[in-house]
Design a protein around this ligand. Structure first.
Ligand SMILES: [Cu+2]
Length: 294
């Protein structure tokens, strides 16, 4: 029997009656699949709590992301969206729990993140979509099931206001552990620059014309988390090319903030690196204003 095709609820029942599952925690890998479209999201209405392996695909024609927000008692998904439409970036009591970052049309990204039980909403903040596209309510159940996190090779630290990388990024697949020493909240979006384009082109595009022609492909990063101790993991397949790490957290998360306000990227939280073509000499090298790789 291929258990990977069974719904989580049935897997949980099988676990309960299994003699080898006395702690009632299921170890498995049944991805939490999220499809972003230009109208909203296609995703489950229930997922188990514990470590979730998120597979996020953008089937739309615009860039999208998938912020996971845990709602407080008494706040409905509609209440949250109404607060956002009034201009609030962080509705009071709601908790950002990371999620897949900016992802270009046709791209797919993978993330591992631990989720606690509760009522959640999945929402895209790119280019005003939080106010104009449908968010997706879902419940993280009390049933616990942990997807196994692949062995990490590289650590990415989100620090005020820079990116630190431990380990070497070469062409090929990497598991990247994302930590936030902070002390403030951060996020990381990963872009691959198009030929002839620069970090300045990318900054200008994100700041002034996020719906305009893209100088880079958005490959999915890790969105912010109110709990900065939350660790997430990304799986990325790097082809040779020039890449940029970019933090678009607003410096002042007040109700009036928009993409024209000051972001961490404006403060220099942007880092370019190159994946070289020659496997024998393909260690990354920093070419931006960030400290060298360790
Ligand atoms: Cu930041």
């Amino acid at each position: 029997m291929n258990i990977s095709v069974l719904p989580w609820s049935i897997l949980a029942i099988l676990c309960f009656i299994s003699a080898g599952c006395d702690r009632r925690v299921l170890e498995m890998d049944t991805p939490f699949r999220i499809v972003a479209t230009d109208a909203g999201f296609e995703a489950p209405e229930h997922v188990p709590s514990g470590m979730r392996h998120i597979v996020f695909e953008n089937h739309g024609s615009e860039i999208h992301e998938g912020m996971l927000v845990k709602l407080p008692q008494g706040m409905s998904p509609n209440d949250y969206v109404a607060a956002v439409k009034r201009g609030t970036l962080f509705p009071k009591g709601a908790v950002d729990c990371s999620g897949p970052g900016l992802t270009s049309p046709g791209e797919k990204t993978e993330m591992w993140v631990r989720l606690e039980p509760g009522q959640y909403i999945l929402i895209c903040w790119n280019d005003g979509h939080a106010k104009t596209r449908s968010a997706h309510p879902f419940i993280v159940d009390y049933t616990v099931a942990n997807d196994a996190v692949p062995k990490q090779e590289v650590v990415l630290k989100l620090v005020d206001f820079r990116f630190e990388i431990e380990g070497n990024l070469r062409s090929g697949v990497h598991i990247i552990r994302v930590e936030t020493p902070g002390p403030t909240m951060h996020e990381v979006d990963l872009f691959r620059l198009h030929d002839g384009k620069t970090v300045a082109d990318l900054n200008r595009w994100r700041k002034e014309d996020p719906g305009g022609p893209a100088p880079a492909d958005a490959l999915g990063g890790a969105l912010d988390s109110h709990d900065i101790k939350r660790v997430v993991w990304l799986r990325k397949n790097f082809a040779p090319g020039r890449y940029v790490l970019h933090c678009e957290m607003p410096l002042t998360p007040d109700a009036s903030a928009s993409h024209t306000d000051i972001t961490h990227a404006d403060l220099g939280m942007v880092r370019e690196f190159e994946i070289e073509r020659n496997e024998a000499t393909s260690e990354t090298k920093a070419v931006g204003g960030a400290p060298p790789l360790q």
